[in-house]
Design a protein around this ligand. Structure first.
Ligand SMILES: Cc1cc2nc3c(=O)[nH]c(=O)nc-3n(C[C@H](O)[C@H](O)[C@H](O)COP(=O)(O)OP(=O)(O)OC[C@H]3O[C@@H](n4cnc5c(N)ncnc54)[C@H](O)[C@@H]3O)c2cc1C
Length: 445
């Protein structure tokens, strides 16, 4: 019988490939007309425009390669700057960029240098329950030095909530970023294409415009998936890759209370994004301007990845939104103002502009109060015994797309293990929402 994967974003497609490679018959159901979810890229006239600035971290790249999906692209290393006051200065990454930095006073240089030096070896585990703000205060960082540190946290994690975000999670993520993130040739759609190709080779069926409206649950197992048009699909097991709130809505009375609580309490990470394709790029440098006075980001992704024709360029401009921040016309004007200053004449060269005032980047901030990633629901914590969760808010490993890939693979393995052991195994339900994904199955002889 068919296994159903709900959602055809990165998480759903990875789960489908992983399940199918274990010999399962898999059907992917996607509500919208397009596949890829937030990893879609609009491609036209030689330009490739992702949905907001996307950089692939080494962990996700490694795991995708294991699934047979190899991507190419470039690592942004040159022309990385930050805005301090009204000055543009090199982003401190080593002794040269730090000591020669005209925007930082000697005290700030010492403090930032001390922090950079510690990042490589500091024990992040005890800091999982400490907020980024508390950690920086304890390190004695103030003023400009603190602003620079917060900007580095934002660019690595997308989170603009230093009073909530776990410092341990931030430190590990910054280390991953320092290993080199990649902008992808052709955009993130190349990941989606690669996964779809693998899925089709393995016999996976993918249906778009197939919105799942309800799950039919009997004796603690999902037995049917109901589509909006009334169709019923019988199923052996389900991987659910929606947001926490949408997952709880779909599960209804069958959702574990702890999952419902997480969905109600978690705070999404959002960004306002201005994505711009220019026929001619007025200036190629600086490649990156990271805001330290304001939570902003401007980056010419086409400087290191094949995303535009020779003279053209693709620039992503973004504002990392605080949890309750409202977006209005002033936000867009602010982001356009950055382009007016760094790319004079850009308005005459526009091939495509996309304004997304509040994109959900990640469904839940990893909060210090919950112990960081350990506070996220596990793949096995939804409720029904043959339904697994996956997404950027699931599981104790990884952030952003890394969390999607890791949780999707874990979800598929958990479902497959459940199938294999169905005859001789009972499910021992745990009331705990967190913990290792292996907690839920045990043999009974
Ligand atoms: C602006 C922005 C920048 C980002 N930058 C980075 C970055 O630099 N690095 C990084 O690693 N990650 C980044 N991310 C995060 C990354 O894009 C996401 O974590 C990832 O794409 C999420 O994949 P997903 O499959 O879990 O969810 P989604 O992509 O949201 O997919 C869920 C799918 O489910 C479908 N669906 C919803 N309801 C139903 C239903 N009832 N029935 C059937 N289908 C349904 C949706 O249409 C969607 O296609 C960024 C995200 C954004 C928005």
């Amino acid at each position: 019988m068919t296994h159903v994967v709900i959602g055809a974003g990165l998480s759903g497609l990875v789960a489908a490939v992983e399940l199918a490679s274990q010999g399962r018959e898999v059907l992917v159901l996607e509500a919208s007309g397009a596949l890829g979810g937030r990893a879609q890229t609009h491609r036209s006239e030689g330009f490739a425009l992702n949905l907001g600035p996307h950089a692939l971290y080494p962990g996700a790249e490694r795991q995708l390669a294991e699934l047979g999906v190899n991507v190419t692209g470039g690592v942004p290393k040159r022309g990385l700057t930050m805005e301090v006051g009204d000055r543009i200065a090199p982003l401190p990454g080593d002794a040269v960029t730090l000591l020669g930095n005209g925007a930082l006073g000697w005290n700030d240089k010492l403090r930032v240098g001390w922090l950079l030096g510690r990042l490589g070896w500091i024990d992040a585990d005890p800091l999982d329950r400490v907020t980024v703000g508390e950690w920086l205060d304890a390190m004695g960082l103030q003023g400009t030095a603190k602003d620079v540190a917060l900007a580095v946290v934002r660019i690595s994690t997308y989170v603009n909530a230093s009073d909530r975000m776990s410092a341990g999670v931030a430190i590990r993520q910054i280390r991953g970023a320092l290993d080199g993130v990649r902008y992808l040739d052709g955009g993130w759609a190349t990941i989606v294409d690669g996964l779809l190709e693998r899925a089709r080779e393995l016999g996976v069926v993918v249906r778009s415009r197939a919105k799942v409206e309800r799950l039919e649950v009997e004796a603690g197992r999902v037995v049917g998936v109901m589509l909006r048009d009334g169709e019923r699909i019988a199923t052996e097991g389900v991987v659910l890759t929606l947001s926490p709130k949408a997952s709880v809505r779909l599960l209804g009375e069958h959702a574990r209370p702890s999952l419902a609580t997480f969905a109600a309490d978690s705070v999404a990470v959002r960004a306002a994004c201005l994505d711009v394709a220019l026929r001619r790029l007025p200036r190629r440098h600086p490649s990156l301007i990271l805001g330290t006075n304001e939570p902003t980001y401007v980056s010419i992704h086409s400087n290191v990845a094949a995303l535009a024709p020779t003279d053209g360029g693709v620039i992503h401009v973004a504002r990392y939104l605080a949890p309750d921040e409202r977006v209005d016309g002033a936000t867009r004007a602010q982001l356009e103002g950055y382009l007016d200053r760094s790319q004079p004449g850009w308005r005459d060269e526009v091939e495509e502009v996309r304004w997304s005032p509040a994109m959900t980047v990640m469904h839940a901030i990893p909060e210090a109060r919950d112990g960081g990633l350990a506070g996220r629901p596990t793949v096995a914590s939804a409720g029904p015994t043959n339904l697994a969760l996956a997404g950027d808010w699931v599981g104790p490993e990884g952030l952003l797309a890394d969390a999607c890939v890791t949780s999707a693979r874990a979800a598929a393995r958990w479902i497959a293990r459940g199938d294999r052991e169905a005859q001789g195994v009972t499910y021992r339900s745990s009331s705990k929402v967190c913990g290792p994904d292996s907690e839920s199955l045990s043999s009974t002889t």
